[in-house]
Design a binder for this molecule. Structure first.
Ligand SMILES: *[C@@H]1O[C@H](CO)[C@@H](O)[C@H](O)[C@H]1NC(C)=O
Ligand SMILES: *[C@@H]1O[C@H](CO)[C@@H](O)[C@H](O)[C@H]1NC(C)=O
Length: 204
């Protein structure tokens, strides 16, 4: 009886381990996913030219993200990778957010960035990155990036381990998602008026 139980536990633990180690985009059973309707794809289908817009363009005046994920670049479907270019004017922040489906590998191409993530025990891991540095944000954890330089812009390239990492912005998920004011007031141990004040700032 006991050995049967041990065997069952061993099998369960192995299965759980297998599931964890295989977590990521589902594998496809073809080399790639061709575009629907059109004939066999050529090299164009595997090329994303959306970032050409950055070349020689003036730097934006607010924080801006340009994505090359499955929605913008359909050939990524089933390939478990995607990119985003992050442009930070001086003094701007990419507010706390998570990517539920991917780890993020951020490469500072220009300027410097203060970055951080919070683990499931609420411990903050933070670092000031210089041009040329790479930082990894573990999958699903809340993180931010801040260009604290008052004079210079910062530019970063982020790679994701999913063709569609998804983004949950913490301020909007909590305060701009029509969660009941009462629920938020109780959760944050404050009153409805304070919640409404925060909501008016986040929804704008
Ligand atoms: C960004 O730089 C401009 C021009 O130097 C300056 O006027 C502005 O105050 C800076 N912004 C921040 C948030 O530091
Ligand atoms: C807040 O929600 C509204 C309605 O869904 C949306 O139009 C708006 O863009 C959201 N604002 C922010 C800052 O996410």
């Amino acid at each position: 009886m006991t050995s049967k139980l041990h065997f069952f536990l061993l099998v369960s633990v192995s299965c759980a381990y297998l599931q964890v180690s295989m977590a990521g985009d589902p594998d496809i059973l073809t080399d790639f996913i061709p575009p629907p309707l059109f004939g066999p794809p050529g090299g164009n289908y595997f090329t994303f030219t959306g970032m050409r817009a950055l070349v020689g363009a003036p730097f934006p005046t607010t924080f801006k993200v340009l994505k090359a994920s499955m929605d913008e670049f359909p050939a990524l479907e089933g390939q478990s990778v995607s990119y985003a270019v992050l442009q930070f004017p001086n003094g701007t922040v990419n507010p706390p957010h998570t990517h539920p489906r991917a780890s993020e590998l951020l490469f500072v191409l220009m300027g410097s960035l203060q970055v951080g993530f919070v683990d499931t025990t609420n411990k903050l891991f933070t670092q000031t990155l210089q041009q040329g540095d790479i930082f990894v944000f573990p999958k699903g954890l809340v993180h931010f990036q801040f260009n604290c330089d008052a004079k210079n812009t910062a530019l970063a390239l982020s790679a994701f381990g999913s063709a569609r990492p998804g983004t949950v912005k913490v301020p909007s998920a909590v305060f701009n998602s029509t969660i009941d004011d009462q629920v938020l007031a109780l959760s944050f141990k404050t009153d409805v008026a304070t919640i409404q004040k925060i909501k008016s700032g986040v929804s704008g």
